[in-house]
Design a binder for this molecule. Structure first.
Ligand code: PHE
Length: 342
């Protein structure tokens, strides 16, 4: 009796092509290779044959068995790949029938004001840069014309780390980095979180935000500084803002100023918010000191520039009428979520 597995293989292939998942594949395996399967039945038939013929038949059945095993393994791989693809596809699909009244988050007032100021300065050709919150003494002080033991260091109560680095006390710490990176001419703003060892009250925090800006080119003067500040602030407050400069001391600017803006509440007439003066103190600034330009690799004979250190936290408080600075770091969602229309 000659053994032929052609028919068996053909039937198996037909069945295999209909298999969709691993459970069906396992069923097919049992049907063909299980104890009571077709291959076992063929092997059982061998007992009716003898000699050389038996040997040949055994070989043929074994070949068929190996073929089935191989094809089943290939199918399993194929099913696994299809399953993976299905998972990927379903993850990307979204279900439009899901309810829409979910509790959505809102932007922090600092984020809102920062983005607004970034947009305004970007539209005036300034690049927006990012800088580390952990800095070294050179960038935070020395490159800003504040040598070791200079009394001006006392103006900023600093958190020093064990390795000699420190938490950025002001965004000015990035000035040198920006000058080295871009050279002159340059227009850049760089917002950032700053840290000082303050005891907290309604007006003081140990963690707050500033937004620094520098503009360096040939023939930059105080008029340019006034123009950019006035334009930006009028946009932020959506009203015509008048600014004034008072002398102020910072070792990295000469001359240095405190920039005040006309009170946004009484428009300069005098009210409790501006302590009846008609002015609000907002932003230290000045013309970049020649030493600072030199440290940044820029020739002070050829270039001049202005720098300002806008108190972003203070600006947010003024813009949104926030009375206590501690609210901003409180994580109190009830208070913080009211400034944005989701
Ligand atoms: N870095 C200064 C501060 O935080 C502010 C400042 C910035 C002053 C730029 C002048 C120019 O106190």
């Amino acid at each position: 009796m000659a053994i032929n597995t052609e028919e068996l293989r053909k039937k198996f292939e037909e069945r295999l092509s209909q298999i969709r998942n691993t459970v069906e594949a396992e069923g097919l395996r049992v049907e063909y290779l299980g104890k009571k399967g077709y291959v076992s039945a063929l092997l059982a038939d061998l007992k009716n044959i003898t000699g050389e013929e038996k040997k040949n038949a055994g070989q043929i059945i074994n070949d068929a068995k190996q073929f089935i095993e191989k094809r089943l393994a290939e199918k399993q791989t194929e099913i696994a790949a299809a399953e993976e693809q299905r998972l990927i596809d379903s993850a990307e699909r979204y279900d439009p029938s899901l309810p829409t009244d979910l509790q959505l988050g809102s932007y922090h007032p600092i984020t809102l004001i920062q983005r607004r100021v970034e947009d305004i300065f970007s539209s005036m050709g300034f690049i927006v840069e990012n800088y580390s919150e952990i800095v070294d003494d050179y960038h935070c002080f020395e490159a800003l014309n504040i040598p070791k033991h200079h009394p001006a260091r006392d103006m900023q109560d600093t958190f020093y780390l064990d390795n000699g680095q420190l938490l950025k006390t002001h965004t000015s710490a990035a000035q040198n980095y920006i000058m080295e990176k871009y050279g002159a001419p340059v227009r850049a703003i760089f917002p950032g979180r700053c840290f000082r060892n303050e005891s907290t009250d309604a007006c003081h925090e140990n963690t707050f935000f500033q937004l620094e800006g520098i503009m360096i080119d040939e023939d930059i003067s105080i008029s340019n500084l006034i123009y950019f500040m006035k334009t930006m602030l009028s946009e932020v407050f959506e009203q015509d803002i008048t600014v004034r400069l008072r002398p102020g001391f910072f070792p990295f600017v000469e001359p240095g100023f405190e920039l005040d803006i006309s009170c946004t509440i009484c428009h300069g007439k005098g009210c409790p918010s501006c302590k009846n003066s008609g002015w609000l103190e907002l932003c230290p600034c000045g013309m970049i000191h020649p030493n600072v330009l030199k440290y940044g690799g820029i020739d002070p004979e050829k270039y001049t520039g202005f720098a300002f250190g806008l108190g972003l936290t203070r600006l947010a408080m003024m813009k949104y009428g926030i009375k206590d600075i501690r609210m901003l770091n409180s994580g109190n969602l009830k208070a913080l979520s009211q400034f944005t229309g989701r």
